[in-house]
Ligand binder design. Structure first.
Ligand code: FES
Length: 140
């Protein structure tokens, strides 16, 4: 089996799909090369992520990793969320095929982008936390 059961589960039954109308932060990232787009909405209270939802126009691995990532950050303080890496999300899913590893970067970046937006709305300079999106070489 190419994909773990957890990946298949999160792909066929993704958690936290949708949008939050009165979100405190919205992040949108995309990969120009493969065309995948990810949008992440967060609600924040007392520096804790109280709710998160995502929408993606992307591949199965992008859906599964975003679903898992939203589960991992819900209820967590921002300080912990900032430490979440795509590697940790992939590990929580029991791995991804090597050629799909890059897809997990979208979720991490979308979360950081949403936090960046949150910080902007709070009047805090968000630039240091947003990294570059990796190129999606393996999809082509
Ligand atoms: Fe999955 Fe590019 S993000 S194919």
């Amino acid at each position: 089996m190419l994909y773990s059961e957890k990946v298949l589960d999160h792909f066929s039954n993704p958690r936290n799909v949708g949008e939050i109308e009165d979100a405190d932060g919205i992040g949108e990232v995309g990969n120009a090369k493969c065309g995948d787009i990810m949008k992440m909405y967060i609600k924040v209270k007392d520096d804790v992520i109280t709710d998160v939802k995502f929408k993606t126009f992307g591949c199965g691995a992008a859906v599964a990793t975003s679903s898992m990532a939203t589960e991992l950050i819900k209820g967590q303080p921002i300080s912990e969320v900032l430490k979440l890496t795509n590697k940790a999300v992939v590990e929580a899913l029991d791995g991804l095929p090597a050629v799909k590893l890059h897809c997990s970067v979208l979720a991490e970046q979308a979360i950081k982008s949403a936090l960046s937006d949150y910080y902007t709305r709070q009047g805090i300079d968000p630039k240091p936390i947003v990294g570059e999106i990796e190129e999606c070489e393996a999809c082509h």
